[in-house]
Every structure is written in C-alpha cells, then in structure tokens.
Design a binder for this molecule. Sequence first.
Ligand code: URA
Length: 314
Amino acid sequence: MSLETGDRGSTPRGLMPFRSLMSFRSLMSFQSSRPFRSLMSFQSLMSLSAMGQGPSYEPANWLTGRLADCMGTRLVRYLAQCGVASRRGAADLVQRGLVRVNGQVTTNVACQVRPGDQVICDGKPLAAPSETRVLLLHKPAGAVCSLRDPHNPRTVLDCLPPEMRAGLKPVGRLDKQTTGLLLLTDDGDLAFRLTHPRYKIPKTYRATVEGEVSDEAVSRLSEGVLLEDGPTAPADIRRVRYDAPRGQTVLDLRIHEGRNRQVRRMCEAVGCGVRRLARTEYGPLGLGRLKPGEYRVLTPAEVRHLRSAVGIDG
Ligand code: URA
C-alpha cells in the first residue's frame, strides 16, 4: 500500500505529480521489470505513432497510464473491480473506516493497492481482481444479451455499475424472458470456448412447462429430439414436480449444447410449451444467493478453474 501519492482523480491526466515521477524512477532500477520494458517500447511506439502506423498515443497520457500500472491501483477502483460496490459506494466504505489494507484501517480513498497487498472490506478478505474479468450475473427477465438493441433499451450491461462495464460481453445468450446465470467477460477466447460445443460445458436449466410431462417425453428429451437444425445431443432430464393445480411440470434439463432457444424448442418438440425458464448452473458455477439483477465478480481461483476447463492455461 502506498499513501504517498495524491488523488489521481483530481490530477488532470497528463499533469503527473512530481512525487510519482520520483517513485517511477526508483522502479526503473528493475531493468527486467514491466515498467522498464514499457519505457523501452515507449520510443518505438512514439515513432510508429508519429508515422501514422501505430496507435495514436498522447505521450503524457500514455506515460501517466503506464505509471498507474506500475504504482498500483487506487483503492476505490480496486474495490469496484472486486465487485464490492460502485466506485462511489467504495469511497463511502473507505471513508467510514470499513476497509483495511495490510491490517491498517485506511480512510484515504487515494491509497494505492499493489500486487500482494491484503485488502479486507467490512471484515471480509478480498481476492485480488484477476487479469481476466468474469462476472456472474443473475439475469432478470426483460434484459437482452445484445450490447445494443434499438428495440430493447434494457441490456444486461445495465445491471452493472458503469465502471464495471468496459470491455465486458455476455458469454452466449439467454432469451429476453429467460432469467438466471449469465457470465460476462472481457476475455474473448474464454467466451468463445465456453460456448463452443467441443468443450462440452454443461448448463442446467429449470423449465416450468405446461401440462404433465410423461415418462415417454422425459426419455425422448434425454435421448435427443429432432429440431429443425438437427437432433439434440443426449441430455440429463429430471422431473422435479408436477403441480396439478397449476397444470404444470417443473423440469431440470442439463445440456452442453447452446443452440438458439434450444430448451424452449426441445420442450415444444415433446408437446410442452415453456412458461418460465431459468438457467441455474453454468459448468461448476451456480447462482448461490444472488437475486435477479445482482452480480458478483468471480474469484481468481474460479477464473483459473473455468480457463482450465476449456483448455486455457491448463
Ligand atoms: N434455451 C432457451 O430456449 N432459451 C434460453 O434463453 C437459453 C436456452
């Protein structure tokens, strides 16, 4: 933790505090470190940029960003990235003395958290946000999974605080009226693999369907039914209960494909219209206590587990 740097939020980008420069210089003594390599590439990037071949960098902004990388992350940003609260909410927690960094209460919202620092918020130790961000959202009915849809103004990103949204995309899709477990990540490769049938990541859905579902219908669903885009793979189907007064059956369907409206179409293929549909599990992950509209950030261990399940880093 460092309490020495000023509030970068109040420093116009590009006007770097002198103290920051000094600490950057001392960091530079680690020649093999990331800041060193970053600075070495600075000149070449600048010349490419000047020739119009590279990304366009404003030197001062670029350098300020690099300094932010090597000096750590502001505490409120760190707390927001961990999914504790929005930045404003996190600032409030800090000012109320509810946050400890390396055992010390700090009320300084500008303090920097560095790799290896231990942060405890309201008595709970926080896992450091991982490089790959994955969020687990309990999608509410009515929110669409596309990022922009002129006909549906409410998207799943609207369930997240604005500072959490950058770069995140839903992993696959749930229909507008389907609720339940939706992952969002900024890692395109991970998202692609999680949704690719080759990796056979199981997804569990709870469907409330019309009428009483017969044994024969359950066997057909288990073995695979013929849809217009081909037969479905074998699936695990469990009849949870038949609700006679309402004339409906609750089913759990575990599938590892992810075709468009697949569960609804499977149920329709055996003569049962779906009244309600919720995804309850995605691979090893469940909804836990999250209510519709709530989300949490996956821990680094959970992200590692997901990545190795689809053959990344595993
Ligand atoms: N299957 C469906 O029919 N709809 C969903 O939203 C997800 C799976």
